[in-house]
Design a binder for this molecule. Structure first.
Ligand code: 4NP
Length: 160
């Protein structure tokens, strides 16, 4: 189980393209913060380890699946992780193991404690990674939403 030395005030969700998994976590977590009346005191953002989709809207399949659960992704645009993110954010949460390894490779040593696996914030999920839905069918996008909703609930407790 995760333990943190100080209460975080900001979180960056990271996947590969920043068009499926991390924007979903971004929007789901922001709506949970809003319900907890914390939206104005916590900084939330998302980014990709790759820059292929920079400036793009989230994937249309992910946007549709999220909308069916009342989660709006349409305001988000993809961007790549930048060096100053490591200083700026208290938590930098990787969606999968490859994202984690890519982040650690470019993260200054003094900030490496901030980089964690997103699913480690849930004690109900046995998976380590949120599977990449990009090349699969519609179930993959539902799975992303299930995992993101559960791990965001676990994450929220650290911000209360
Ligand atoms: P994401 O999904 O990392 O959850 O945004 C992907 C999006 C695009 C690609 C791979 C994964 N791609 O290969 O373009």
């Amino acid at each position: 189980m995760i333990s943190l030395k100080v209460k975080p005030k900001s979180v960056l969700f990271v996947c590969l393209g920043n068009i499926c998994r991390s924007p979903t976590a971004h929007a789901v977590f922001e709506s949970m913060l809003q319900e907890a009346d914390l939206k104005n005191s916590v900084l939330v953002d998302s980014a990709g380890t790759g820059a292929y989709h920079e400036g793009n809207k989230p994937d249309a399949r992910m946007t549709k699946a999220a909308k069916q659960r009342g989660v709006d992704l349409s305001f988000l645009r993809a961007r790549a992780v930048q060096q100053n993110d490591f200083e700026k954010f208290d938590l930098i949460l990787a969606m999968d193991k490859a994202n984690y390894e890519d982040l650690i490779e470019i993260c200054p040593i003094e900030y490496q404690d901030k980089v964690k696996m997103f699913l480690s914030f849930s004690n109900k999920i046995s998976l380590h990674s949120v599977p990449d839905p990009y090349y699969g069918g519609s179930k993959g996008f539902e799975d992303v939403l299930d995992l993101v909703e559960e791990a965001c609930s676990g994450l929220l407790k650290f911000f209360l």
